[in-house]
Design a protein around this ligand. Structure first.
Ligand code: HJL
Ligand code: ZN
Length: 175
């Protein structure tokens, strides 16, 4: 990269694998449960290379997802409703999540794709470690919804096996 032209997002300088690894370590903290995936997530200010919030599945009270836990923690820290966090998130906020954000939940709770979309353009890119397996809710159409809204979805390759092992550790083994 050269010159002083503003780049749409400066996070290409940063260590995506390193952040995904940190997200995976968070996922390991999640209590195993047969009906969900154990996921870890980080919200990062890609301009300053700082972590804004971390989260893992079932970290916050109730049936909470990793991405949702990041947002709940920020919401508490800023005393702002989760849906209004778009107004305080830095310009180049990106999300790292070991499993792509859910578009539908068996529980009927608000999916994380909707949680991201209602923040407007606050989150510029979602880095995912794996696509969601089709076990619970079929093909995840969330990626397309995010991309249609102008949010990039980027697969960070190389950790798929470990991520899925951790994600499915609480599941009943077949056969
Ligand atoms: C992501 C998570 C998590 C899932 N996906 N991205 N982050 N647990 O923290 C997706 C899976 C849902 C099931 C059950 N998992 O979790 O599709 O009970 O966990 O609402 O559909 O829904 P609930
Ligand atoms: Zn979710």
């Amino acid at each position: 990269m050269s010159g002083s032209t503003a780049q749409p997002e400066p996070s290409s300088h940063y260590d995506h694998v390193g952040y995904m690894r940190q997200a995976l370590e968070l996922a390991r903290k999640s209590p195993p449960k047969p009906t969900n995936y154990r996921v870890g997530a980080l919200l990062v200010d890609a301009k300053t290379n700082t972590i804004l919030a971390s989260g893992y599945t079932l970290e916050c009270e109730g049936n909470t997802h990793a991405e949702q836990s990041c947002l709940i923690k920020l919401s508490e820290a800023h005393r702002l409703p989760e849906g209004e966090l778009g107004s305080i998130l830095p310009e180049y906020t990106v999300l790292y999540t070991t499993v792509e954000p859910c578009f539908k939940r068996l529980s009927g709770n608000l999916p994380c794709v909707q949680r991201i979309l209602r923040l407007g353009k606050a989150i510029k890119t979602v880095y995912v470690g794996v696509k969601e397996p089709e076990k619970f809710v079929g093909e995840n159409t969330g990626r397309k919804q995010l991309e249609d809204a102008g949010i990039k979805v980027v697969l960070v390759e190389g950790m798929e096996k470990e991520i899925l092992q951790v994600a499915t550790a609480g599941h009943v083994q077949e056969g």
